[in-house]
Design a protein around this ligand. Structure first.
Ligand code: NAP
Length: 483
């Protein structure tokens, strides 16, 4: 299969926070890669901005260092890098002040797509939007891209939305959840809506339950202060897990347009039942012999922030009544693994004597590592020795099935190009983010009110005993992490 690269229109992208961690690790290398494969036109320009005073030359040298750290060292790399760096400029701006904005204005062209990427703390979003507006830079077609976290509760999310909407219309605002840029997440929509096989079975009549797992083997290193204020609910559930839940549970949109897709996702969030306390398990990774536990990392022996959460969720609508969705995410678990596993109901009757009850099929959609789809089926155990049954996986690893094509671009690359194309399908709409917070807020408020501490769990395990019990109680089992 030949990879098709369709160049985007010429653009000016202003990257606020251009010297920060995210810009250096993801955004600039992502743009470099799109440039290297020919998707970014030669006339496109990237204008980095941050408070630090430096020349455009010094910025280019810093970007070159950042790209060399992550891009493979191929014979063509340096030549491509030199051409890419020519597309870069730098303007120093402290976004809280007045200096620098007119320099930025002079840099920008009027006849190309214009995008502002805010890779800075969310507290700066509204101020930047205001300044762009005040300096006449927020033209009708320009786009503004903002990073997570989008608020820490419904009120702060509403404030952020109001701050951005004072200067930009909703169709200009791109709220990033990089999970939506992952190839398999988009494939979930293709799997459901471009095949006739699954959709007739995609409901409570045929699906027993769904498990959504986002497990990480790393802890909270380098993000201790932020994480201890957020916890797994805010950091992972409110955005990434919620998005995976929506795409799994939503009704087929009438069209594949940004608002049709996002309308359906909002309906899922609005259909979520409140979660009672007995349907949630929280955990914190425990110290090993030499310390190194969550509490050591945050330097606060009294912290009640969860580094793990598992919950049973009901989507209270016609399609899903009676089919629970189990969500789980945590740090320092057995492996780094994200998947959506759809458990179909067991066959109602077996015609095969002596085989015991038959097992239902499981469709596992793996997001990381090794993106792919696996369908667990039952077949006859090969051989002449009677009629026995065995479980077999139909395994489609994208790397095996698609070869070079499976070298999926990093999620950021896809999303950056969608911004230039003006396609908001894979970005969160303002009402979607607010609906997610409205559902999450009472759960977090209950954590805050409770004196209970999250249950400790061993590092390298699957989480606390309480999470296992949540499943056992329903006579079900979690899929093994790293299995
Ligand atoms: P960071 O490393 O702290 O970088 C922040 C950037 O903002 C720097 O370039 C800094 O440069 C600039 N800056 C700070 N104050 C400024 C001001 N008053 N005016 C202009 N520029 C200012 O942060 P980060 O990790 O890259 O994160 C950026 C955003 O992405 C945050 O919203 C974060 O939550 C989000 N995010 C990050 C990651 C990640 O992996 N890092 C992942 C998901 C989301 P100067 O100091 O020179 O001004």
């Amino acid at each position: 299969m030949v990879s098709r690269v369709i160049p985007v229109e010429p653009f000016d992208l202003v990257l606020f926070g251009a010297t920060g961690d995210l810009a250096r690790r993801k955004i600039l290398p992502g743009l470099f890669h799109r440039f290297a494969v020919g998707q970014m036109p030669g006339s496109a320009r990237i204008i980095g901005s941050a408070r630090s005073e430096m020349s455009a030359e010094a910025f280019r040298a810093d970007v070159a260092r950042a790209i060399r750290e992550v891009a493979p060292d191929t014979p063509e790399r340096e030549e491509t890098l030199a051409a890419f760096l020519e597309r870069l400029d730098y303007v120093a701006i402290d976004v809280g002040g007045e200096a620098g904005w007119s320099d930025l204005t002079r840099c920008l062209r009027n006849d190309v797509v214009r995008a502002f990427y805010l890779s800075v703390a969310p507290s700066l979003f509204a101020g930047i939007a205001r300044q762009l507006d005040a300096h006449g830079l927020a033209t009708r077609d320009s786009r503004i891209v903002v990073e997570k976290p989008f608020g820490r509760n419904l009120d702060t999310a509403r404030d952020l939305n109001a701050g951005l909407r004072a200067s930009f219309a909703e169709h200009q605002i791109y709220r990033i959840d990089h999970y939506l840029g992952k190839e398999t997440v988009q494939n979930l929509m293709a799997l459901r809506f471009a095949n006739s096989l699954f959709e007739p079975l995609w409901n409570a009549t045929h699906i027993d339950h769904v498990q959504i797992t986002v497990a990480e083997s790393l802890g909270i290193e380098g993000r201790e202060a932020y994480y201890d204020r957020a916890g797994a609910m805010r950091d992972m559930v409110q955005n990434h897990l919620m998005q995976l839940l929506c795409l799994t549970a939503m009704e087929p949109p009438a069209k594949f347009t940004p608002n049709s897709v996002r309308d359906e996702k909002v309906k899922v969030i609005e259909a979520l039942d409140p979660v009672p306390p007995e349907d949630i398990a929280r955990g914190q990774y425990a110290a090993k012999a030499g310390g190194d536990g969550y509490l050591d990392h945050v330097g606060n022996p009294d912290s009640r922030t969860e580094s793990f959460v598992a919950m049973k969720v009901h989507v209270a609508n016609w399609r899903w009544a009676g089919t629970p969705f189990y969500l789980r995410t945590g740090k320092r678990l057995r492996a780094r693994e994200s998947e959506i596993a759809v458990f179909f109901r067991d066959p109602p009757h077996t015609i095969f004597p002596g085989t015991g009850p038959l097992k239902g099929n499981v469709l596992a959609i793996r997001l990381q590592p090794d993106e792919g789809i696996r369908l667990q089926t039952t077949i006859k155990d090969p051989g002449p020795g009677g009629f026995r049954l065995a479980g077999v996986s139909l395994d489609m690893s994208f790397a095996d099935a698609l070869g070079e094509e499976a070298q999926a671009p990093d999620a950021y690359e896809r999303l950056l190009m969608d911004v230039i194309r003006g396609d908001q399908t894979l970005f969160m709409r303002g009402d979607e983010v607010e609906a997610a917070w409205a559902w999450i807020d009472p759960i977090i408020a209950r954590f805050d009110d409770s004196r209970d501490r999250p249950a400790p769990y061993d590092q390298g395990s699957s989480g606390p005993e309480e999470a296992l019990m949540l499943m056992h109680r329903d006579h079900r089992r979690w899929r093994q992490i790293g299995g």
